[in-house]
Design a binder for this molecule. Structure first.
Ligand code: HEC
Length: 133
């Protein structure tokens, strides 16, 4: 009896561990360039960090308007405002007001891909809290 309980507990613990270990996204399918971006590639991995090129673009371009109490009529956005899929949709469709108004045109396509990588990687529910990567 005791052994069965132990076995069930062990199974549950290992299942939790497996689901946590796979939580951080390693790849992103990009609908704009129709290619798979390998976020484990050292260059992209670095660029998609909060202090890398993607994170910087978010602060320098997007947060110019989407900060708290801004005067642009833009709502507050942070990286966890959307899920990974949600951010991918924003970039694939370019339907949000500011993208249609040309506010994103100060960025090259390569910069937009890196910004999308960053938002995708650190989006809501995307992070494994036990993984410092
Ligand atoms: C010049 C100001 C400005 C800049 C720069 C800007 N936005 Fe916006 N954005 C707006 C306004 C105004 C709206 C429409 C009101 C709203 O929904 O927040 C909007 C709407 C949005 C929405 C829709 C809101 C929602 O809930 O889905 C998203 C997403 C968005 N912007 C993302 C971005 C991203 C990503 C960047 C950086 C590349 C960016 N914006 C840069 C002004 C801006």
């Amino acid at each position: 009896m005791k052994i069965k309980v132990m076995a069930v507990l062990l199974l549950l613990t290992s299942l939790t561990f497996v689901s946590l270990a796979t939580a951080s996204p390693k790849h992103r399918y990009d609908y704009t360039s129709k290619s798979c971006r390998d976020l484990t590639n050292p260059q992209l991995e670095w660029a998609s960090r909060p202090w890398g090129e993607g994170g910087k673009l978010f602060r320098e371009v997007c947060k110019k308007c989407h900060s708290r109490d801004n005067s642009e009529g833009a709502k507050f956005l942070h990286v966890e405002s959307k899920t990974s899929k949600g951010w991918n949709r924003v970039f694939a469709q370019h339907k949000v007001k500011c993208a249609k108004d040309g506010q994103w045109e100060s960025m090259t396509l390569d910069q937009q891909l890196k910004l999308n990588d960053y938002l995708y990687r650190f989006a809501a529910y995307s992070q494994d809290k036990n993984d410092s990567a």
